[in-house]
Design a protein around this ligand. Structure first.
Ligand code: AHR
Length: 766
């Protein structure tokens, strides 16, 4: 391509700033959301193998969910004399019955594959032999074995089912006529190369290993503090034999078996070569509970604090300590070397939270000064909980604060200077959950640009993790995710490759990069357009409506958008909304219609509980003000609404109350970004790790002036490029994969930066 076809820019690297990047910088966030653990990383192939599902997990679920019964006999759900009181439900099967488990999907079986079945059985009466098999859709056994069922109490059975044919199958337990058998705690796992039943799914582990994460955050997210006190994640309920673990509902609408508990999480970290970052509740549950967060009563807090101290002892204590001995008894005498612990997750910063946080933090500081405690600053990178969380963290001298940002690509490109002005004398930052809202190349590049900005502020931004990590196809509650998967496939997204490229090649000491020749992309003023109304989940009569003072005819709105009329970039729309039926509130959109920028005001979002203002950029939304709690729309109760647009300012009144007064951010987007850090290579030579993002439609060339003059440099680069910004969808694999390239930079030579690309190069003197 001739030179004049590309836009040129010049990068000049300065001398090292003295800022060293935290070796822990790039880690992963793991939460059991989207069936990522039970149904994902947990190699268990049975669903509800312990008959512990309840309607609290999901409406309509119960002890027999995922089990089908055939035969003339019966299956009775029982609770007397369970294997363990912590998992109290089991079944009594009176043959002839075949119980088939639907699993998460059918199990793919190849000849000679082995699967370990474990179960508790109690032969209550009769003669005859029960059997276990993996059967295909036609009922043909792909693998089968007798199930030995002694009488006289609960007996732990373990057998291997070895496939004699290929196919897709499900576990079937057959109890013949004449036999009455009690069954509980069934588990079916692939047998690994060393003859062990696999704990984790190998292909997913490999995808995580390739990310070379420095840390693993677990178990959440929201799962860490749960919906209500009964759902708080208590680590002690998750260790020990499976039957003694306490299953619970999952805040994301399914079930936590707790088959993967704290010991397995620590072992996963070890497998990945990562440090563990448990997140424990700060004595309060998630505030997304009707009626706000539930707090552990003060009288019970000392015991809760002790539990957290015990967790540290479980991780790090010698085998001469109570919990270190317990770890050894469970098969891991060596300590795990826990260093990081998060306290709270996106909590509302209330007095209750602060009191409980301080109790835990003080105890940890006194007993375990080796642990760095990470505080929390709300669900958004701004707003009341963010401000209050930071103020509290400063007051408490918290070492690191966990910030979260699920924002549009535009937000990331507009906020690359976010950390430049952070107070260096206060807490450092853990950017603990973030994603640029979609699985497109546009989003992946925005994340990459922001990651460069985080490294540039590596003296204050010490740790970061994209979220969520994994999602099983067909059972997602949150999009976008970094890796999609189903029973057989792992589908990494463009964001996955961005994370991998940053994590695999890391510099140590930051170098300033001056970029000449880049022009930021302007964000044009908001366009005129139309006012559109809709009411998903309700029917709403709109009366007394006017736009800029001109009367508008009444309309009724429901699921589909109804246009109320044209509105300028500045203007006022007013109306009275009366819900006719349904449970939800309504939505107002103002401005352009396609994927252009427009505004959205929710009058009753989040189950009709809040009001929120969103902006859309490139068809992707950001909540820019709220959600603020609201009493909600009620049927037959009129609500007056007024929205006023004035320049960048948006004001929303509901029933005469000014609920939103917010300015839109229309600063330009910085879409070409470069960063560099040097390091000492394996052979002791100096290497430069250079990162370059070109999130524009034009290919560019970048000359690079390195410190010390016009020496030739060479090395290897990894380039992620080759798709348009809007390619890359949720539930699909990335449209592009990184490719390797040689770099040979004679003086005056330039990097080629394709449109919509990320390049990570490692250079050394030629
Ligand atoms: O990552 C998904 C969820 O987003 C997390 O559970 C929560 O912390 C955040 O709101």
């Amino acid at each position: 391509m001739p030179d004049n076809d590309v836009t040129r820019l010049n990068l000049t690297l300065g001398e090292p700033t003295g800022v060293t990047l935290d070796p822990d910088m790039w880690g992963i966030f793991f939460e059991d959301i989207n069936w990522s653990l039970d149904g994902g990383l947990n190699a268990e192939l049975l669903r509800n193998g312990d008959f512990a599902f309840t309607p609290a997990d999901h409406a309509g679920w119960g002890p027999l969910t995922a089990w089908q019964t055939t035969g003339d006999g019966s299956v009775e759900v029982r609770t007397e004399d369970p294997v363990h009181p912590n998992n109290g439900t089991y079944v009594r099967v009176t043959g002839p019955v075949t119980l088939t488990n639907e699993g998460f999907d059918a199990v793919r079986v190849s000849r000679d594959d082995a699967f370990r079945l474990t179960a508790f059985t109690w032969c209550v009466q009769g003669v005859g032999e029960a059997s276990a098999a993996i059967v295909d859709g036609a009922g043909e056994a792909l693998a089968e074995a007798p199930l030995n069922t002694p009488a006289g109490g609960w007996h732990e059975a373990s057998l291997d089912l070895v496939a004699t044919a290929d196919g897709l199958g499900r576990l079937a337990i057959t109890v013949p006529r004449g036999l009455v058998l009690e069954l509980d705690m069934l588990s079916l796992r692939p047998v690994g190369p060393a003859g062990e039943a696999l704990t984790f799914r190998p292909d997913l582990v490999e995808a995580l290993r390739a990310l070379k994460p420095s840390f693993v955050r677990f178990p959440g997210g929201c799962v860490a503090h749960g919906l209500g006190l009964g759902n708080l994640y208590h680590w002690k309920q998750t260790v020990g034999p499976r039957e003694s673990r306490v299953p619970s509902f999952n805040t994301w609408g399914y079930h936590q078996t707790r088959q993967i508990g704290y010991l397995e999480y620590f072992e996963l970290c070890e497998t990945l070569g990562a440090t563990a970052m448990p997140i424990v509740a700060a004595g309060v549950s998630c505030q997304n509970l009707r009626g706000r967060a539930a707090c552990i009563p003060m009288a019970d807090m000392p015991a809760y604090v002790q539990d957290i101290l015990d967790l540290v002892e479980f991780a790090n204590g010698g085998t001469d300590t109570e919990w270190g001995a317990r770890r050894a008894e469970l098969g891991h005498p060596e300590p795990f070397g826990l260093r990081l612990l998060g306290l709270g997750n996106e909590d509302e910063i209330t007095r209750d939270f602060e009191e409980r946080y301080a109790m835990v933090a003080e105890a940890l500081a006194a007993e375990h000064p080796e642990i760095t405690v990470i505080g929390t600053a709300g669900p958004q990178p701004f707003g009341p909980d963010f401000e209050d969380g930071w103020a509290f963290a400063r007051e408490q001298r918290v070492a690191i604060v966990d910030e979260h940002a699920y924002r549009t690509p535009r937000w990331f490109h507009q906020n690359l200077d976010r950390y430049d002005a952070y107070d260096r004398s206060g807490p450092a930052v853990y950017f603990g959950e973030y994603a640029a809202r979609t699985n497109s190349v546009r989003s992946a590049m925005a994340e990459a640009a922001f990651m460069i900005a985080m490294e540039r502020n590596g003296d204050i931004v010490r740790l970061a993790s994209y979220a969520p990590l994994l999602a099983r196809l067909g059972t997602t509650q949150w999009v976008p995710d970094m890796i999609y998967f189903d029973a057989d496939r792992v589908l990494p997204t463009a964001s996955y490759f961005v994370q991998r490229m940053f994590s695999v090649e890391r510099g140590e000491t930051l170098l300033p990069v001056q970029i000449d020749g880049v022009v930021d992309v302007p964000v044009p003023p908001r366009a005129a357009g139309t006012v559109r109304l809709s009411a998903p989940g309700a029917r709403v009569a709109v009366t007394d409506a006017s736009i800029d003072g001109a009367e508008v005819a009444p309309v009724e709105v429901a699921e589909d958008e109804v246009s109320l009329g044209a509105i300028g970039a500045d203007g006022v729309v007013e109306f009275t909304a009366t819900r006719v039926d349904g449970q939800e509130g309504m939505v107002i959109r103002l401005g352009g219609t396609g994927i252009e920028d427009f505004l959205q005001v929710d009058i009753g979002s989040w189950q009709n509980k809040t009001t929120v203002v969103h902006t859309y950029a490139d068809g992707i939304s950001n909540d820019i003000d709220g959600p603020y709690a609201w009493s909600g729309m009620s049927t037959d109760v009129p609500v007056t609404v007024r929205v006023e647009l004035e320049g960048e300012r948006i004001r929303v009144w509901v029933d005469g109350e000014l609920r939103h007064d917010v300015a839109e951010d229309r600063r330009p987007e910085t879409r070409v970004v470069a960063g560099c850090a040097e390091r000492t290579g394996e052979d002791g030579t100096r290497e430069y790790v250079v990162r370059l993002v070109n999130a524009t439609d034009e290919p560019r060339k970048a000359t690079l002036a390195l410190p010390g003059g016009p020496t030739p440099w060479m090395g290897a680069a990894t380039v992620l490029a080759g798709a348009g910004p809007d390619e890359g969808l949720a539930f699909e694999a990335s449209p592009i994969e990184p490719r390797d390239a040689d770099v040979d930079l004679a003086p005056g030579q330039a990097f080629q930066l394709p449109a919509w690309s990320l390049t990570v190069a490692v250079l050394r003197e030629a």
